[in-house]
Design a protein. Sequence first.
Length: 317
Amino acid sequence: MNEFWIQLQYSFSVTGPIFIMLGLGIALRRWGIIEEKFIETGSKLVFTVTLPALLFLSVVKADLAQVGNINLLLFALAANTATFIIFECLAHWLVKDKAERGVIVQGAFRANTGIIGLAYVSNAYGENGLVVGSLYVAVITVLYNILAVITLTRSSPGNQSLNTGYLLRSIVKNPLIIGICAAVPFSYLNINIPEVFLKSGSYFADMTLPLALLCTGASLDLKQLRQDSTHAKYSTYGRLIIAPGLISLAGYILGFRGLELGVIFLMSAAPTAAASYVMARSMGANAKLAANIIALTTVGSLLSCSLGITILNSFNL
């Protein structure tokens, strides 16, 4: 029992800082220090500038030949695609209202890897984890955009055809993908970037996670947590239990251990991405349901992730 509490204490050292920053965001919003305009501007700054800078610098400073395990990235693509297919099948069976299925499926498979996932990995593994996590985010962001458009299009009441142009634009113009892709040549070719640019970039990068978590916390609508939404609960169970459970188990069976298995779990255990709300709203889906799912999974992830870390650590995985 004593060993269990030691492992639990370690797990909270990973998730605790995220919980505190989210809670601080909620408190500052309630006290009127953070307002809606700040949340909107801060979130945009993170997505378009500071997070791409963080991902760019973490890849530039890394030796990709040492940390870039292609098998891990291929596994991430295959495992998340398989999970998406499972959720599509379950939604067809469980959800009678076709118009809701896309939002539910997106809420279940689309993890917040760019903010919460990276924060978990950074707290657990430091710089090495951040580099591996950045590469993971790069490939999974492309996949998430493709799968989100597919599921929301399939469930559209208008039965619209798949908009390939919209899909390609959302991928090519994504600042996170641009930041990581721009960094890869610098890392592989060992191109030195002047120190003044690295230092300036680090100022942006260092503010990413604190600002992102504050804005995430401030944007949470706790009233949503009190709403009795069966559909939101389907997504929550899928995002916090089924997805990390199946993906981590598959990773274990395929031989991933240590940092790689940790990254697989922490990324898959992250709550639903805030981008799912934006995507649902832009494609005419139920944006209110999407917001409900984000709120439920963000709060629930802190507990489910802590429990998962404790279990993995207890078995020395």
